[in-house]
Design a protein around this ligand. Sequence first.
Ligand code: FAD
Ligand code: FES
Ligand code: FES
Length: 1409
Amino acid sequence: MVGLPDKMPICYVNGKRRILPRGQAELTLLEYLRDEGLTGTKLGCGEGVCGACTVMVSDLHQGELRHRSVNACLFPLYAADGKHIVTIEGVGSLKAGLHPVQQRLATLHGSQCGFCTPGFVMAMYALLRATNGRPSEQQIAVSLAGNLCRCTGYRPIVDAFKVFAHVPAKAYTDDSIQAQESPAANGHNTPHLSEDGFPGFKRPLAQTEQSQASSKKVCPSTGRPCDCSGSEPPAFNGHTAATGASAEVQHSNTSSKVPSAAEQANLRGFSEPIFPAELRSYQAQDLCLVGLECTWLRPVSLAKLLEARQQHPDARLVAGHNEVGIERKYNQTTPPLLISISEVPELSQIQVGKTAVLVGATVTLTQLLDLCSHLIARRPAHETRCFSALSNQLQHFSGNQVRNMATLGGNIVNASPISDINAIMMAIGASYELVGSDGSRTALLPQDFLMGFRKTKLQPGETLLQVSIPFTSQHEFVAEYKQSHKREDCLAVGNAGFYAQLQSSDGGWSIERARISLGGVGPFTQLAPQAAQAMQQQPWSRATLDRTLAALSKDVNQVSGTQGWRLNMHQAAIASFLFRFFLSVSVQLEAEVPGSAPLFGPSELSGAPADLPSDGLSKGAQLFPLASPEAIVGHPTMHMAARSQTTGEAQFAGDIKLVGMHHAALVTSTRPHARLVSVDASAALQMEGVSSFCDARTMGGPGENAATSTATGLQHQQQHNYSNAAGHMKQDEEVFASSEVHTVGQVIGMGPENKVQVGDIDAWLHKCDHMLEGSVVVGAQEHFYMEPQVSVVQPQENDELIIHASTQSATAYQHDIARSLGLPSHKVVCHVKRVGGAFGGKETRFIPITAAAAVAARELGRPVRIALERHEDMAISGHRHPFLIKYKVGYNKDGEVKAVDAEAFCNGGWCLDMSQAVIGKALLHADNAYRVPHLRFTGRICRTHTVSNTSMRGLGGPQIMLAIESILDRVATELQLPQERVRSLNMYQPGEKAVCGQAVEAGQLRACWDKTLETSSFPERSAQVALFNQGSRWRKRGICTIPVKFGVGFAGKFMNQGGALVHIYMDGTVLVTTGGIEMGQGLHTKCCMVAAQELGIPLDRVHIAETATDKVPNTSPSAASASSDLYCMAVIDACSQLRDRLAPFRQAKAAHTADGQQESGSGAQKPPSFPEAVRAAYMAMVDLSARGFHAVTQVTGLGGDMPFKYWTYGAAATEVELDVLTGAHKVLRADIVMDLGQPLNPALDIGQIEGAYVQGLGMTCKEELVWGDVEHDWLPRGHLQTRGPGSYMIPTVEDIPADLRVTLLEDEPGRAPSSTSPGAAGAGSMSEGKSSEKRPPGLVYSSKNAGEPPFFLGASAFFALKQAVYAARRDAGHPAWIQLDSPASTERVRMSCADHLTSNSTKLPPICC
Ligand SMILES: Cc1cc2nc3c(=O)[nH]c(=O)nc-3n(C[C@H](O)[C@H](O)[C@H](O)COP(=O)(O)OP(=O)(O)OC[C@H]3O[C@@H](n4cnc5c(N)ncnc54)[C@H](O)[C@@H]3O)c2cc1C
Ligand code: FES
Ligand code: FES
């Protein structure tokens, strides 16, 4: 083929040479690495967004060594030729020692489930290797934007990596820290890290160290003086191990101490994987690699490329492979011939000319960004305005991993309607130079190059060679604005580019030339000719702006093919961009020629900057009660798997490899509701590698009685007693669809009514001063656990079956799959090592699919692995239930709410699954933290043809709590009273009974509320917000505090039970097994801490094994925030039995000599060590294994007056800043206060709080699922459009509060949770004495759980945002209340602001409900 040699490609992986396999042009680097057993690199999304697959690629580029982080899921295997790939395994390991990046992340609690962790390590590691000197905090922030984490809320990750940043010394001298933290500086007492290394209620640093520490450098990570030099080059060895380690002390005890001298030496001695000598002299050569489906050509000169283009004019060019990779994945097709152009030197050149810069088509976006910085730093500002605009845009262009691969040419030729680059290139008048296969060259303007939806003027055989980007002259202005929106959603509000050349005339200014490009409005980027016309040759005035706005609206109408709310949204967004351009030019003109262009006043100029405030990495503080130093429980001990998570050695179910393992893939319905007429698998069975097909017939369905099926290719060796009926709560599903497929938006039935009621609603509703009606819509939420669902099923002899699953519900898997296979439960064992995040989504929905894989495994007699891809997982495994709540509220003029009558409708999807539990738990939280004396809340599940919705953190609680909070928001707004006054007035008093009948204990709810107001300086900051809003028309701030009261435990009484098994071995080590699942929440760590505490031994003597149904049977799912209570208590039960059995031996040894003689004298009193006592007990034939059990008997279940074990209370105050012109917002600060009693492990608990808060913020302010329905009629009915992180936006590191402070309410500071001496420990395990007066009974060491309760606190951001919207609306002349549904997406917020730029709008974007 074109005379290119069929040479073997080589690469190095972690320093080892590898010859890449032939015939694998289809493979990605990720697939290759995982096949090779390097499973530390994870598959989270497969579309370049989550960063779980990050690896570092090093090569020689133009003679220089280059290190880049890339997404291995989009990196073609053969593109690795000549490169050194460093994976997580090459960075550090448990055996060789952890790299400081890994060490920091582990010890600063930066990993929970650990699935995202290797990706974060690699992103940070590659940044350090790539940066000349230390990276800045801003660079770190930008580079982490390419990685997602669903558990931690990012704060600990950010904290862990801060230490690697270069920071201006001044910002981190202790003087500056003290100035920031002094009450005078910010009006409140900032929490501090205490001297002994544990953050807690201790003397503030400012008071204790002020005098001695003056003018010493303060460590950027720890906030304490240290000797590290903020400006020294990256020291991967020194800083963390030596001085940065002080940060580690603060969060660690026995298992996470500062590295010992030996460990430090190990760290220091750790050798970085160096660039292999062979590759230093590696000359890339032409390649032709023929594969089964696809051939990979790689010419290394323009001449060879043109030759190849001549022979194969229709072959697909590949540059960075970002788009081609995604297309291959989603279209499930690979072009037969791929021509890689990344090694063609003529395409990667940059030439700086007098009037323009020529940039080669394969220059990556990272290189382009560097070029912009280089030019901006060296040339006058007015010359580089194109490059400044480009640079602004590129900084918001995904993470480093994408920018490091994506090319300028790839973006342009891809011709996406929302391409940022085409929009800006068109506006600035760039030109694209094409080269034909005969070498002819053509230059085209972008508007002439783009032809239609992903269509360009490129002729077959033509290649984009380079792009000419002009310098600007004095008074030429350029900008590009973009609505933060989905990359792949062509129908998004989009972007726009602006160019204007001004000239001074008659003491003022006029517009000489103008160009405006519109992206995302129509099928491709286009000019707005009427708007440009309206500006040109016109004075620089508001009248011109108004005229241009009118003309622009016509342009948008013409370009846009949409109507209704979508057209209005486009209109509003583009008009807002134009307005912002005028503001921004005004600011720049003013800077160039002071006093020359006062078109706008200072308040309006607040809308000029496109970016919301960002100070680099966010910061945080955590305050919690100190445990006594001798205790184990109560300390912020590191997650026990953290180290193996950071090295990628922690195994997940998807990493399991078994001999002869088959991989199952799903064939799913493409219709929402249809009859299944016939299934023909013959074509699939002909495909290479396909061994069988299972469907309803395999289960003994209609028409399949024969022993051998030609339709399925299966030999039925034996009769199985399969059952196709499935469904955990009710058997209303099927393993394989037999005659009908279900699933879209119309309601086809309704379940029975569920209700909570107190008082006399009918009488009281009309007795109040005011009565209002309204509704609240709460959209669905995707769990987005980072590890998609996966199971491995392994048939064994005697019909036994082993399942390795990523589930939070091992027993449900065991029983339901046994039932489907017609097996007794004792033949099926479910093992769960760990789960990469679950959040309720891994309880039930994957059971029928695992059952299908189990059928295949039984039929084939081989292990079968079924792993969902992210897009499948999102489409079929269900979501948080969306709710519609209709209400009537009666309230008095002082704001007291007397009566609420409400109906909630939740979309359960097509089958029942967990919906009954969801509506039940929702109603029990209908009051949140408020006393409503007359309340009736009914709830119904609607059966619809959407995917079945399922449990998610909080079940239905957060949705319904949003309703009561929205009602209070409305009451306060209608009465023009401060929100917090109305909330406070209606809040429960201690001892009052909640709507469900359960008492609200002592004063913790009010204490959390008061403490939040105090720590957040709420009154002062509310006043500051009001002041800010007065002087700022287009930036608004809002601040809001909300409380939470959340029930812990299962509402189904019988589920509140748990078991544990504790073995003590002869060497004195202890193995714990429980029925609880470790999914990042730290359950295993807590169980080990409790066991160590109870047995009075160091933590490192205790190990915990994976969960397995043959060790601890009949488990409840790890859910409902109940697990640590249940399993820690079960462990305590087992340990106390063992402690009792060991007691005689712990004393007896003291009285006897080794040969059994009675000892005399005081020297004989030394008590035996634990191992000695254990050995003695063993010799005396004492059983050293115990089973523990715990049942919460005091709860009543649903319908009783104590449905929950206890309430957990909290409150949060959040402040946001809103960019009115786009609807985007930044969370400036959040203060969270929770009552967790005496926390078992404050670091893990705070991790849960922060993660839950950010997830709640995501639910209410960001995450939106979009289905094809009446309102979204451009999508096929019933199809989920948002099936990956590119279109479904979970919060990223940039979305978290810039300042996040968490306080755990102080209970009894310094109280030891229990004595460490055996025998006394049990007494400390239950709440008692002083605390029992105010604490409910049965708490583990007086602790409370934090899994679900803090989730709803994220809604404080939603209500703060709503406050900002109110402020904007007041300026626009709309003082009244407005309904704002959740999520408050940018479009919904923008349109709610209702100003002159959105005036066409009549309807807000609807939520799929
Ligand atoms: C996670 C993620 C985030 C993204 N965010 C953004 C964003 O914020 N804004 C935005 O605008 N885009 C965004 N994109 C899109 C991305 O920028 C483009 O996909 C990328 O620039 C394409 O470059 P590439 O080199 O990877 O192209 P490839 O995938 O290699 O190629 C893309 C197309 O261009 C063709 N092609 C490539 N080079 C040439 C050439 N020289 N001559 C002729 N044809 C050529 C290919 O044949 C192919 O059809 C994002 C993509 C991802 C994966
Ligand atoms: S798996 Fe590659 S970015 Fe998500
Ligand atoms: S720890 Fe990040 S996704 Fe679980």
